[in-house]
Design a protein around this ligand. Structure first.
Ligand code: FAD
Ligand code: NAI
Length: 462
């Protein structure tokens, strides 16, 4: 048994970042993690492995579609699936070991095993109970399924099974046109599977700026993904090698079926707080397993805090990380805080889609007087050179003050470009500030400047 200033339960992006920051601020810190490796969902079965497969499959797509155009002749590469999975596992290993190194460097103890909180101030791991002045719950989330759909992680899979299928399926039905569905659907479509996405709503990516979502869907369709929108999945019947998906069209209740080698259930995630002892402690929750906190991440029980996917807000690694840093600063007596108005969201398909702040829909709902500056990547020389002219940068700004309210980018390196707007928003900048900033040529970022110019006297290359 040991005594700590802080014990964090869960070593995902929320927990491990919190731990490192706590240690940097002089607090004696330990992290409880039940997995074999650190890094949580994100590093083990989420962000990192999915990006490795997106990268590998994009290389294949480039070789098949664009190499010849650039004068690169020869046979396109074929897929060695085992090696692709080995590459993905190697990337995971490098990242999870990196966190172990950072823990050692910062003198953070890893208490291996599944933890629970028998009473405030105590954390039990296996047979040992440790004392902690503060406990931070960062236990993350797990995939949720649908009634009538039994996941076996072989034929009917969540994202976890989809990251290690036995082979590339010939056909895949994806249930849910959200982030996981479109990223993993893209991977398998590029690798040769016939991918059909069945979505309950009548548009993809709920919450995304509608204009951007429309172009995104059109682009994915061009790449070969099929969409059935406004369709509620009723059930999935699976054998050892195949599955049949039954869905009902919401507009007329017509029922239809789809056969596939693999079905990916990507209909959202839910907080994972099982086994912590929330009920015994009397910790308030707002939904199944979702922990309620105040603005300083404190639960209703003194000395117990919660961050990341197990509390409200977008289930994103960088949101969890920022909350981890903020709560560490609060525990060290500083004023940690997160600006929830400026949390970017990125979908790592090709092209990437990135968003921050308000959408046209939310601004209309609020009755705000706004203006739009839009610039197509067709007018960006660098994008055209790499066959990435499809897409645009769209900036939304207050019509009276010119202050930037949001941005939506679909195009090359959108996930990096968005941060220029994020920094501008953090500083309360106007579109004129972006427009007057010299941008190197030829870069994709010139499209951001052009969209900012379009909010004023007009873009130059439009
Ligand atoms: P988690 O990462 O879930 O970590 C929680 C950890 O706590 C786990 O390791 C778990 O084992 C451990 N734990 C739980 N209970 C206990 C206990 N009682 N005792 C000990 N240990 C415990 N987000 C992005 O921002 N970008 C992306 O590109 C992205 N891609 C994703 C792709 C996929 C396929 C998935 C599934 C998710 C993706 N996400 C992405 C979401 C991202 O992974 C999560 O938002 C993020 O991991 C949340 O961090 P967290 O620290 O709150 O929880
Ligand atoms: P999601 O919430 O993004 O999308 C789920 C989709 O499923 C929605 O479009 C919803 O309308 C649809 N749906 C729900 N029930 C349905 C039904 N019965 N039939 C058909 N469609 C149905 O959830 P997803 O994609 O599972 O991702 C979970 C979380 O992981 C998200 O919160 C996301 O933020 C995070 N994530 C983030 C990534 C990134 O930042 N690049 C990548 C992958 C995941």
């Amino acid at each position: 048994m040991a005594s700590y200033d802080v014990i964090i339960i869960g070593a995902g992006p929320g927990g491990y970042v919190c731990a490192i920051r706590c240690a940097q601020l002089g607090l004696k810190t330990a992290v409880v993690e039940g997995r074999e490796t650190l890094g949580g969902t994100c590093l083990n079965v989420g962000c990192i492995p999915s990006k490795a497969l997106l990268h590998a499959s994009h290389q294949l797509h480039e070789a098949e579609h664009n190499f010849v155009k650039m004068g690169l002749k020869g046979k396109s590469p074929s897929v060695d699936w085992k090696q692709m999975l080995a590459y993905k596992d190697d990337v995971i290993g490098q990242n999870t070991k990196g966190i172990e190194f950072l823990f050692k460097k910062n003198k953070v103890d890893w208490l291996k095993g599944w933890g629970s909180i028998p009473e405030p101030g105590k954390v039990k791991v296996g047979d040992e109970t440790h004392d902690a002045k503060a406990i931070v719950i960062a236990s993350g989330s797990e995939a949720s399924s649908l009634p009538g759909v039994e996941v076996d992680e072989k034929v009917v899979v969540t994202s976890t099974g989809a990251l290690e299928l036995g082979k590339v399926p010939r056909s895949m039905v994806v249930i849910g046109a959200g982030v996981i569905g479109l990223e993993m659907g893209s991977v398998y479509s590029r690798l040769g599977a016939e991918v059909t996405v069945v979505e309950f709503l009548d548009h993809i990516t709920p919450g995304m700026d509608k204009d951007t979502a429309k172009v995104f869907q059109r682009t994915l369709k061009k790449q070969g993904l099929k969409f059935i929108l406004g369709a509620a999945v009723q059930k999935v019947e699976a054998t050892k090698t195949k599955a049949k998906v039954t869905y009902k069209l919401r507009k007329n209740d017509a029922e239809a079926t789809l056969d596939a080698d693999t079905v990916l259930v990507a209909t959202g995630r839910r907080p994972f707080t099982d086994g912590l002892g929330l009920d015994t402690l009397g910790i308030k929750t707002t939904g199944p397993g979702m922990i309620e906190t105040d603005a300083h991440y404190a639960t209703n029980i003194k000395g117990i805090y919660a961050i990341g996917d197990c509390i409200t807000g977008p289930m994103l690694a960088h949101k969890a990380e920022d909350e981890g840093m903020a709560v560490a600063e609060i525990l060290a007596g500083q004023a940690g805080h997160v600006n929830y108005g400026v949390i970017p969201g990125v979908i790592y398909t090709h092209p990437e889609v990135a968003t921050v702040g308000e959408t046209e829909e939310t601004l209309k709902e609020q009755g705000r007087n706004y203006k739009v500056g839009k610039f197509s990547f067709m007018g960006n020389g660098r994008a055209k050179a790499v066959f990435a002219g499809d897409g645009f940068v769209k900036i939304l700004a207050d019509a009276d003050t010119d202050r930037i309210l949001g941005a939506h980018i679909i195009g090359p390196a959108a996930g990096d470009l968005i941060h220029e707007v994020c920094v501008a928003m953090e500083f309360g900048a106007c579109t004129e500030d972006l427009a007057r900033t010299c941008h190197a040529h030829p870069t994709y970022s010139e499209a951001v400047r052009e969209a900012a110019l379009a909010c004023g006297d007009g873009a130059i290359h439009a």
